[in-house]
Design a protein around this ligand. Structure first.
Ligand SMILES: [Zn+2]
Length: 406
């Protein structure tokens, strides 16, 4: 069902001195000038897109925030995470779905992941605060959106829309909680989402490790064993997260996806789980966590040949971009280690890049794929590891006493 705006007039006010981006007051949304004014002579394409998404965000709040509101401030991710997701889906609908997804992931990894691994780490629904202002964080907004996106991935588009329609009509005019939201989705879909409470209670970015992945010819099956590592929590014991992993196998011979689209999701619920993919008639390269289906980090497990195989043949454009970025990152590290003054790409990398330019005609995507990985996203972790090896124990001790994570 479409979410119809219920007033005769949609009023907006634009303010030069406003200490936020925008605010969804019912009937009169407030905008910082930077989030609503753009001109073709002075604004970039990115600025126009930003204005479009901020207007969408405040408009969507009419339902997710205003008509169905929050029981208390701690529930803020219920309106901000959810509205952020609705804004993202709106932008994916208006522009290139893959380009938008890449931008969202870039932002999350560049700003939310560092917050999640710092002393400021908090769950998307914190239990204590010094001030309400402290609730407006990238974790509450961006990770909050990712958590609801994972529920959408598990339900599928149709059941997710059915579930959110049920939520809006059941709680119209009420002040509710994240549990109410999850229960409404479960009631409408028949799918139990109760384990998702872990995402609301635990802090830090979980990481995934592919412990085993191999093709078993005798059984016509591909076996994947995945482990999740949950960061340290303040007191209570660590619980495993429910993690939807979108994946496929890109045939070594056929170069095609070997798993039907309807079976592309693995649901990891335990600390370690084995998945047996049946009906596989050839070996394939594991294309893991397609479209970044969960806000987690993944330990590198593919060889250079496998990465280049995905670079060339992966049908998932998000994954292809991941492969290109990984190749760039490895080239930069290689140059750094050999103290080279400039990075010279290896021949097979060059061929792959030429192939990418020849086969993809979305220029915005190409520009993104050919950009070097951001410092925060790709290189920081690896360089930090390398740096750590060169530091004396004394320096490490001082860093630890200042709560600086090396
Ligand atoms: Zn908002």
């Amino acid at each position: 069902m479409h979410r119809i705006y219920d007033l005769d007039r949609f009023g907006i006010v634009c303010i030069e001195d406003f200490n936020a981006g925008a605010m969804e007051n019912k009937g009169l949304t407030t905008y910082n000038v930077s989030c609503i004014l753009a001109h073709k002579d002075s604004s970039t394409d990115g600025r126009f897109k930003h204005v479009n998404s901020v207007i969408g965000h405040e408009y969507f709040h009419n339902w997710s925030g205003n008509r169905v509101t929050l029981r208390d401030w701690f529930e803020i991710t219920l309106k901000e995470g959810f509205t952020n997701l609705r804004e993202q889906l709106f932008s994916e609908h208006c522009y290139s779905e893959t380009v938008e997804r890449i931008s969202e992931v870039n932002f999350l990894k560049s700003y939310q992941f560092p917050e999640d691994s710092s002393p400021l780490a908090h769950s998307i629904r914190p239990e204590t605060i010094e001030s309400v202002d402290n609730l407006y964080t990238v974790t509450v907004y961006e990770k909050g959106a990712e958590v609801i996106r994972m529920m959408k991935t598990i339900l599928g588009d149709e059941l997710f829309v059915k579930g959110t329609d049920h939520y809006f009509s059941k709680f119209d005019g009420k002040a509710v909680t994240s549990e109410d939201f999850r229960e409404a989705l479960s009631e409408a879909s028949g799918i139990d989402l109760s384990q998702f409470r872990v995402w609301y209670e635990q802090k830090g970015t979980p990481s995934l490790e592919v412990v085993k992945n191999y093709y078993c010819k005798e059984k016509n099956a591909y076996i994947i064993v995945v482990k999740q590592i949950v960061p340290e929590q303040d007191n209570e014991k660590k619980m495993p997260y429910p993690i939807p992993i979108k994946f496929n196998l890109v045939g070594v011979e056929s170069k095609k996806d070997l798993v039907p689209k309807s079976e592309e999701i693995l649901l990891l619920k335990d600390f370690e789980q084995e998945f047996v993919i049946k009906g596989i008639n050839e070996n394939g390269v594991l294309s893991f966590l397609r479209d970044f289906s969960a806000p987690v980090s993944v330990k590198d497990f593919l060889s250079k040949e496998e990465i280049l195989h995905l670079f060339k043949y992966d049908s998932n454009l998000y994954q292809k971009w991941e492969a290109v970025q990984r190749v760039f990152r490895d080239e930069i590290i290689r140059a750094y280690k050999s103290k080279a003054k400039q990075v010279t790409l290896e021949e097979d990398t060059k061929k792959c890049l030429e192939c990418l330019v020849d086969t993809v005609d979305d220029y915005e995507y190409l520009a993104m794929a050919l950009s070097l990985p951001t410092f925060q996203m790709r290189i920081r972790r690896v360089l930090t590891e390398m740096l750590e090896q060169t530091l004396s124990p004394g320096v490490r001790e001082i860093a630890a006493s200042c709560q600086i994570k090396l």
